[in-house]
Design a protein around this ligand. Structure first.
Ligand SMILES: [Zn+2]
Length: 65
């Protein structure tokens, strides 16, 4: 079953083993939860601004099936 990641709009397989569902990855989940404002959650990936999510740069750590 495919669902759409609410953050990056990628298709992601609904997997009960995926703790981030319905998101495709941890980063998308944290973004959606607004965790960017929380100092505890620093994602050492890209320098993405909280209000601006780069769609094209989201491919590398996105699990695709
Ligand atoms: Zn995503």
């Amino acid at each position: 079953m495919l669902v759409t990641c609410p953050t990056c709009k990628n298709d992601v397989e609904w997997d009960v083993n995926n703790p981030y569902r319905p998101f495709c990855c941890e980063r998308c989940k944290l973004i959606d939860l607004g965790a960017w404002a929380n100092e505890e959650f620093r994602i050492p990936a890209e320098d993405a601004d909280p209000g601006e999510f780069p769609e094209a740069d989201d491919e590398q750590d996105t699990p695709r099936h």
